[in-house]
Ligand binder design. Sequence first.
Ligand code: GTP
Ligand code: MG
Length: 405
Amino acid sequence: MIDLVTLMIEAGNGGRGRVSFRREKYVPKGGPDGGHGGNGGSVILMGTRHYNTLQHFAGIKKVAAMAGESGRARKQTGADGQDIILEVPLGTVVWLTAENEISAKRRLKYSIEHTLTRSEVVQQTYSVQKWTDPSNKPTDVMIQSESNQPELISWPDSIIPEPLSNKVKLTEILKEGQRVVICQGGFGGKGNIAFKSSINTTPMQAEIGTPGEQKAITLELKLLADIGLVGYPNAGKSTLLSKITRANPKTADYPFTTIEPNLGVLTLPAGKDLVVADIPGLIEGASQGKGLGHDFLRHIENCQILIFILFLEESVVSDANLTDQQKAELVCQQYQQLQKELKEYQVEMLKKPFLVSLNKIDLYSVELVKAIKKQFAKNKIDIYPFSGFTGEGLSKLIKKATYLV
Ligand SMILES: Nc1nc2c(ncn2[C@@H]2O[C@H](COP(=O)(O)OP(=O)(O)OP(=O)(O)O)[C@@H](O)[C@H]2O)c(=O)[nH]1
Ligand SMILES: [Mg+2]
């Protein structure tokens, strides 16, 4: 599953305004008629439910919108560059790692939800030399040919985005149809018709158009699940997901069977759908990057509630050297360890509503389950015993979970 991509995004530059003069058969000294440049295309991110991953960005390194066209003679405005819309799944977080000057200007002034208006960007003007034709007839104005425009007015490619010392979180796309102009296109420059005045009847200047924004961004997908399943490897998270939803994740009796998050939809009798996320098992040190858990903790950051799934290995259950009390303490330690890992990753994780469940009760004696319940009751925690195999206790567990969401 691709859930992290890095992209270079470039909006189109504004087209330059034109310097030209009307030249018709009987109007040898026509006034200025250089049109305005078109606006550059913007690059827009849009939230969609059509994608669940960022897979469709595989192999794409750069997305660039077209520049606006230059203004034309006869007061014609150049065409605008088309906007590009990039569809991203809900839960996509956008990080900024580098940007050009105009992007920094907009970002420091506004949030990404706002765009700059024409009056907020500085337009530079360029001027062209008077015609060089010896006969000095305006009809022979050289500047009307595109190739005679001075070199400096085309935007240099050297507007390379500056890398930021720390990546900046720009936005999160959470809603279907939500749009964010990630790179705003430049504004077209005014043609020389805009410079005409009573004292300047033959304006030789026009505007060059403003540069489009350029950004280097990282898209990171966080799954938008309602319920996150948290537990040690082999706790039976994937088994539970396959029991309560139609998802069909791989389950097996070895740790780290799940190496990528699985999602399933739990349809409640009232018709409401809840998305359940099964992430790879957490182990001690997961928040420091041990095992696979750390990478996936961010997927449950957005969950509304967490279900802790605790269990005892068969070998521990049948260990005659351990009393039920000692086994119950082991379950408690497991819970504390999971909490510790979540806390070290992000304190807010522990503020979410949660419930604590105990899986594989088909393996335990009634006395053992009682001992575990008692142990948790000391900390005022209700425990929900169930078996992913026999289905016992599942309806109670789901009822409680949906009550919390
Ligand atoms: N006896 C018994 N075994 C179970 C139960 N639920 C799951 N198991 C078994 O426990 C093992 C681990 O189950 P998984 O669902 O793969 O566990 P997981 O938590 O997804 O594990 P990872 O993906 O490795 O983190 C499998 O062999 C399951 O068949 C249960 O209720 N009772
Ligand atoms: Mg699993």
